[in-house]
Design a protein around this ligand. Structure first.
Ligand code: ZN
Ligand code: ZN
Ligand code: ZN
Length: 376
C-alpha cells in the first residue's frame, strides 16, 4: 500500500481539534495504552531542564573504548564500514562490536545439538508457563555510530546516517538467520537517564530468542484491525493523520514523522515508512536514504530545542513474511521517546502516562525549528 502524501502546513490555530487546557485521556491504537494529555501542567521547551549538564564534548576522548585508537578495548569487530586500515584499527566510519558485557550470548560453535542451549517451546497451558525458562542465548552488539566522540543524529551527514542504517540492517539480517533468534530489537539510549552507560554515540542490537510482549501486542492489534477491516492499521493511521494535518511534523518521499495522538511522553515522535513494509530489510536503497534524511531533519530540530536531550529510540522492524517467525501482519516504524518527564506511580502501576505537552503543540514547535516546507 502506497500512501501519496500531499501535506501542506498552515499554522492555523483553529485546526487544533481540542480545547487547550482541559485534560484528556487518549487511547493509543498501536500499544493499546493510554495517555493523559494534561496541558495545564504544560511546559515549553525552554522550561524543561535537561537532567544532565550540557557539557562540551571533544572529538576524541583518550579513555573512551569506542574512540579510534582504542579498538583493542572492545571485543573484535564483527562488521565495519572502512575507508582504510585493518580490522580493529582506525580507519572505520561505522564499527559494530559485540557488547563487552552482553545481556545474551550466541550459542557456542559446536553446541548446535547441545540440549543445554535449546530454547523450549513456550507452553500453551497457563500451568505449563509457571516456571518456563530458556537459556540466555542471543546476540548483543553495539553499533559505534562514528569515530566522533561528540557526534549526534542531528549532526551527522545523511551519508553517515545511511552507513549507520546499513550496519543495523546487515547485522539484523545475520541475527535473523540464526535458528535461535525470534526477534531483533534495535535501540539507542542517549543520556544517563535514558540508560546510556557510555557517552560515545552508539546503537545497540539485541537478538532475542523470544517474541517480546510489546511487539506481540502491537502485532495482535494490527491483526485484529486487518481481520475486521481488511486494511493495515498503520497505513490507515497515516492517511488519517495526513488528512487531519495537525500532528504530521515532516515527511519526504518514503517517510512521515508524526507526534502520536496519544503521545505518552512530551515531544514523543513516530517515524513511519509510507510504503507498507514490515522492516528495514524490505526497504529499497532510496528508502534507506530517505530514512537517513528524515532522522537528520528530526534530530536537528530535537537538538535545537533541547541541548543534550536524553531519549530512547526504538525500532519496531520485522523480517519479511517468509522469514518471520510470526503469524500477524506488520508495518515497521521507529518510536522516539524523550526522557523529559519522570515515570512514577501512575505510569508503573497503570501503564498510563501523564504528558504535559499536547502532541499538536509539539508538532508546531518542531516545525518552527524546521522552517516551512511543502511535500508531495
Ligand atoms: Zn569516544
Ligand atoms: Zn501498512
Ligand atoms: Zn511500535
Amino acid at each position: 500500500m502506497l500512501l501519496s502524501l500531499c501535506v501542506r502546513f498552515k499554522r492555523a490555530e483553529e485546526r487544533l481539534e481540542r480545547t487547550i487546557g482541559l485534560p484528556e485521556i487518549r487511547f493509543d491504537v498501536l500499544s493499546g495504552g493510554f495517555a493523559i494529555i494534561a496541558e495545564e501542567r504544560s511546559k515549553r521547551p525552554s522550561d524543561f531542564r535537561s537532567p544532565e549538564e550540557v557539557k562540551e564534548l571533544g572529538e576524541r576522548e583518550p579513555t573512551c573504548p569506542f574512540c579510534p585508537g582504542n579498538e583493542r578495548e572492545t571485543p573484535p569487530e564483527v562488521w565495519a564500514d572502512r575507508e582504510g586500515g585493518d580490522p580493529d584499527t582506525p580507519g572505520w566510519t561505522v564499527r559494530v562490536v559485540p557488547n563487552k558485557f552482553p545481556a545474551l550470548q550466541p550459542r557456542p560453535i559446536g553446541a548446535e545439538e547441545d540440549k543445554a542451549w535449546r530454547i523450549p517451546q513456550f507452553p500453551e497451558s497457563p500451568e505449563g508457563a509457571l516456571y518456563w525458562q530458556a537459556p540466555g542465548v542471543g546476540y548483543h552488539e553495539v553499533v559505534i555510530e562514528s569515530p566522533s566522540h561528540s557526534g549526534s543524529l542531528g549532526y551527522y551527514s545523511t551519508r553517515q546516517l545511511k552507513r549507520i542504517l546499513n550496519a543495523i540492517r546487515e547485522r539484523c539480517l545475520v541475527m535473523y538467520d540464526s535458528q535461535d533468534i525470534s526477534y531483533v530489537q534495535v535501540f539507542k539510549n542517549c543520556g544517563k537517564v535514558a540508560g546510556a552507560s557510555l557517552t560515545h554515540p552508539h546503537f545497540q542490537i539485541i537478538g532475542l530468542p523470544v517474541l517480546p510482549p510489546t511487539v506481540v501486542a502491537e502485532g495482535q492489534r494490527l491483526k485484529d484491525y486487518e481481520v475486521k477491516t481488511r486494511r493495515c492499521l498503520v497505513c490507515d493511521l497515516l492517511e488519517r493523520e495526513a488528512e487531519k494535518d495537525v500532528r504530521v511534523i515532516t515527511a519526504n518521499d518514503s517517510f512521515v514523522v508524526l507526534a502520536p495522538f496519544a503521545s505518552r511522553r512530551a515531544y514523543e515522535t513516530l517515524i513511519v515508512p509510507t510504503e507498507h513494509v514490515s522492516g528495514l530489510s524490505e526497504m529499497s536503497e532510496a528508502s534507506v536514504e530517505d530514512l537517513a534524511a528524515i532522522i537528520r531533519e528530526l534530530f536537528g530540530a530535537y537538538e535545537a530545542m533541547f541541548p543534550s536531550l536524553p531519549y530512547n529510540m526504538v525500532f519496531h522492524s520485522l523480517p519479511s513474511a517468509t522469514k518471520a517467525k510470526r503469524v500477524w501482519p506488520y508495518h515497521a516504524h521507529i518510536h522516539v521517546y524523550p526522557r523529559l518527564n519522570t515515570e512514577a506511580g501512575l505510569e508503573l502501576g497503570a501503564g498510563t502516562y501523564i504528558n504535559p505537552t499536547a502532541p499538536e503543540i509539539a508538532t508546531k514547535e518542531f516545525q518552527e525549528r524546521m522552517g516551512s516546507w511543502e511535500a508531495t
